[in-house]
Design a protein around this ligand. Structure first.
Ligand code: CS2
Length: 476
């Protein structure tokens, strides 16, 4: 079967949306670190929609840790298919990504960062990709950060971490006398832009204080809330896409039809007209970030750890477990919603109903095991922040502690069965698994919360409830 590429693009059957612009004429205004499934389903799809109006916003992808995306997409001229899973699946061929660079061509990465056409450096490198400590500040003890500081003493240093690459690229832009630029974090971290800013400036202060100073006036780090449920690609999707487009696509992507992106309106230099693609620019994004992280992602992680414990495989299947679906909805409405302070006009109750409907979508096979990855990195933003807020306001935390107990059981089961878990702290977690209190004592995850007797008691009560197969305290 012929491979999807610029040359074969014309063979795609009519009715399948494809780039409505001349791909040869697009400039590459964006350098994006981490062009994985989420980026390709979300930000790249939005840029694809505006390229016909403004050809400045093509994307150069950068994969720092693997060749997989580059090997799949470069032979296809960066093209790939996006399947929008709704009652009827819709297919779109996306052309926003021009090519994908990997760590073995550092000079090409640097050239892209320093190119005058580049106006945005964006990233989706997951929570752990930022090398932050539990307080959200750059972790100077992280091996990648230590390696970057060490390497930066040489003249032609090649960074390892994303933060290192930002400092290196911004330093080179300053030395080249280029205009300012926007660094746009698209990961699920609360206050993500500010965290990226503080981490990048902290590293620059150690490596090159002049660049740190320059960054204060020449680089914007907007906060952003990103949302689109993106199940991993499987062979079934590859087959369906081949059938529909009549061409072989090595790495198509699927996501729900719903998508949302709210970006703090704080750019330095050019701002892409993403509003044409339905993207919102807002003054303060933090309330939206908190609502999305605490409600949607908090509920997702709850479904993952509790659902896996109850033998479920996917989100939709977990939502068909009446006790679990009721628990998660109650958790959102009664325990998480009170921790939010939303702008006037924002209906938290409707937002929650929409999340419940999205989770129940039967056309999406979203594996709980995928969501269960990296619990040590996700739980602080998704549930621990809410627990902190509840304790500070004297609200109950017994329901909020249940998913934490379910995560401890998840780690414990894996350790007992000799299975590995995907988590940067897997080794330390598995070693402590027989004693859950030792895990709560890990300050890099729980901060001081692990020493709070009210929290420890609530987790202990959660473990007892889960052991009975119930989700709420059994009425006396
Ligand atoms: C999920 C998210 O894998 C996970 O941890 O909770 O990827 C979730 O699907 C997205 O944040 C939705 O926007």
């Amino acid at each position: 079967m012929t491979r999807l590429s610029n040359l074969s693009l014309d063979q795609i059957p009519a009715g399948i949306e494809r780039p409505g612009y001349d791909r040869v004429r697009i400039a590459r205004g964006v350098v994006h670190f981490g062009p994985g499934a989420f980026h390709r389903a979300h930000q790249a799809a939005a840029f694809d929609q505006i390229l016909a109006h403004d050809p400045r916003w093509g994307i150069t992808g950068v994969s720092l840790h693997s060749r997989g995306v580059a090997d799949a997409l470069n032979p296809q001229d960066g093209l790939y298919t996006l399947a929008l899973l709704d009652a009827r699946t819709q297919y779109r061929v996306i052309g926003a990504i021009d090519k994908v660079l990997t760590h073995d061509v550092p000079q090409a990465i640097l050239d892209a960062l320093v190119h005058p056409d580049t106006h945005i450096i964006s990233m989706t490198v997951t929570e752990k990709g930022y090398c932050l400590d539990s307080a959200g500040a750059l972790d100077f003890a992280h091996p990648a950060i230590r390696a970057d500081i060490e390497a930066s003493r040489g003249t032609e240093w090649i960074p390892v971490s994303l933060t290192g690459w930002l400092v290196r690229g911004l330093q080179a832009r300053r030395l080249a006398g280029l205009a300012g630029i926007t660094a746009l974090c698209c990961d699920n971290l609360a206050d993500n832009g500010r965290k990226l800013q503080a981490a990048t400036i902290a590293l620059a202060e150690t490596i090159d204080p002049e660049t740190a100073r320059w960054m204060r006036d020449h680089v914007a780090f907007p906060n952003a809330m990103v949302d689109a449920i993106t199940p991993a690609t499987d062979d079934a999707l590859r087959l369906r896409v081949a059938e529909v487009i009549g061409l072989a696509d090595a790495w198509p992507i699927q996501r729900e039809a719903f998508t949302q992106w709210v970006i703090e309106d704080q750019f330095v230099g050019e701002r892409p007209p993403l509003d044409l693609a339905g993207i919102r620019f807002a003054g303060d994004v933090r309330p939206f970030e908190a609502a999305k992280l605490r409600l949607l992602n908090g509920a997702h992680s709850t479904l993952a750890y509790v659902g896996l414990g109850r033998g479920h495989e996917t989100v939709a299947e977990a939502m068909r477990d009446p006790a679990l679906a009721a628990f998660v909805e109650r958790l959102m409405r009664e325990d998480i919603a009170p921790s939010l302070s939303m702008p006037a006009g924002f209906r938290v109750d409707t937002y929650i109903s929409d999340i419940v409907a999205r989770f129940a979508n039967p056309s999406i096979r979203h594996f709980l095991a995928q969501i269960a990855w990296d619990g040590s990195q996700k739980l602080p933003y998704r549930l621990l922040d809410t627990i902190f807020a509840a304790l500070a306001s004297g609200r109950p935390i017994h329901r909020l502690a249940l998913p934490i107990a379910a995560w401890l059981r998840f780690v414990e089961r894996a350790a007992r069965d000799g299975r590995s878990i995907t988590d940067p702290l897997a080794g330390a977690l598995v070693a402590r698994a027989p004693n859950w209190r030792a895990i709560l004592g890990m300050r890099e995850i729980f901060g001081v919360l692990g020493e709070d007797p009210a929290f420890c008691n609530a987790v202990e009560a959660g473990l007892k409830i889960l052991a009975t197969g119930e989700l709420e305290p059994v009425p006396a």
